[in-house]
Design a protein around this ligand. Structure first.
Ligand code: PLP
Length: 391
């Protein structure tokens, strides 16, 4: 039987319609968009077609789209590019950002910038009032993710963005997990910079983009040729960029219906886990949540053991972010929402895609319940009146 893939937040399979457009670029004529001959002109046409599709899907203008090597680069560029253009100052971010944002901020701290890492509430929400309070005269950037990759909580980015706009401070959002799951109309939304990644949308790995609103000042990311309007040098990853344009077009199509269907399956899985696994609790917001995200803590279970057992039984999942998989440290996101180390180590993330079926969800739930039962036979679990306790 085929494995049930429930790790779509880590990466998604290449969509067939995307592969159909990527393959001819990979296997056909040598295409470099900087060449002036016929092949070069064809490369340029494909590059600009992809840029147009991306702009359309996001409600942006074509010359506000800069292709990158992925979400990590887009985050690094947005944060370091804006901060270093100013030279010094203060940055506000949240404590549950992806490491691409957190480590960029930490790198800037070493260069003399001050950074405020805002706490979140028990559901993982950033309080816009806390952003307002943290703003200073020398704040040069606010960066808050659109949706969290581990617990799926959707942040109030429009409220936060508006506060920043009122204060004249650029606002960046890491939308790597949100694009394809939420509607974006950047013309209307108070967002100045936005990062996204191709492989979370069914496009190839190694490509992404940074949206930069016209007028926002930032340093270029790569020195070299004149690609991406002199800001991001290097021959474009044309086949992947073509795939990204197509994937964004698909993601924007029928978004409402796709989100509704995925949410129904997500809630079916959450309800099944909470009713069938004693002591299990949901991590993240119950409703302000990505349509494909299920994250639970299961007392009496060590997350890594559960993952191995699930893998052996054909359910492919994760305990949190793919980028920190295998790390002995508990998730910084789960600790930030107030879970203790034991609960953080007993967490399981199951992430669906538009392709996930009800049959897969039901089968995965049965397998999960059986695996938990087997593991608890080795590490007996007892629930006490006032809380959960391992025996
Ligand atoms: N930001 C978030 C929220 C993510 O989930 C990820 C990937 O997991 C990234 C950034 C990094 O994106 P990429 O893998 O394209 O570098």
């Amino acid at each position: 039987m085929n494995p049930i893939y429930l790790d779509n937040a880590a990466t998604q399979a290449l969509l067939p319609e995307v592969a159909q457009e990527v393959l001819p670029v990979l296997t056909g004529a040598p295409l470099n968009a900087s060449s002036t001959h016929a092949f070069g002109r064809e490369a340029k046409r494909l590059l600009e077609l992809a840029r147009g599709r991306a702009a359309n899907a996001l409600g942006a203008q074509k010359d506000e789209i800069y292709f990158t090597s992925g979400g990590t680069e887009a985050d690094n560029w947005a944060i370091k590019g804006v901060a270093l253009k100013k030279g010094r100052g203060h940055i506000i971010t949240s404590s549950i950002e992806h490491h691409a944002v957190l480590h960029s901020c930490m790198a800037l701290e070493k260069q003399g910038f001050a950074v405020t890492y805002l706490p979140v509430d028990k559901d993982g929400l950033v309080d816009p009032a806390a952003v307002k309070n943290a703003l200073r005269g020398d704040t040069v950037l606010v960066s808050v993710m659109a949706a969290n990759n581990e617990i799926g909580t959707i942040e109030p980015i429009c409220e936060i963005g508006q506060l920043c706009r009122d204060a004249g401070v650029p606002f960046h959002t890491d939308a790597v997990q949100a694009v394809g799951n939420m509607a974006f109309d950047l013309q209307a939304m108070p967002i100045d910079l936005l990062s996204l990644s191709g492989h979370k949308l069914g496009a190839p790995k190694g490509c992404g983009l940074l949206y930069v609103r016209k007028g926002v000042q930032l340093l270029g990311f790569m020195d070299g040729g004149a690609q991406e309007r002199n800001l991001r040098a290097g021959t474009e990853n044309l086949s992947a960029v073509v795939g990204l344009g197509k994937a964004l077009e698909i993601a924007a199509h029928d978004l409402g219906a796709a989100v509704e269907a995925e949410t129904r399956l997500r809630d079916r899985l959450i309800a099944g886990i909470l009713s069938r696994i004693e002591g299990a609790c949901l991590n993240g917001h119950p409703s302000l949540r990505l349509p494909g995200n299920v994250n639970v803590s299961i007392p009496g279970i060590e997350g890594q053991s559960l993952l191995i057992l699930l893998d052996m039984e054909g359910v492919l999942a994760s305990s949190g972010s793919a980028c920190t998989a295998g790390s002995p440290d508990p998730s910084h996101v789960l600790l930030a929402i107030g879970r203790d180390e034991t609960a953080a180590r007993g967490s399981l993330r199951l992430t669906l895609s538009r392709q996930t079926t009800q049959e897969e969800v039901d089968r995965a739930l049965d397998i999960l319940c059986a695996c938990v039962e087997r593991l608890r036979a080795f590490t007996p679990f007892r629930q006490e009146k006032g809380g959960k306790e391992l025996v």
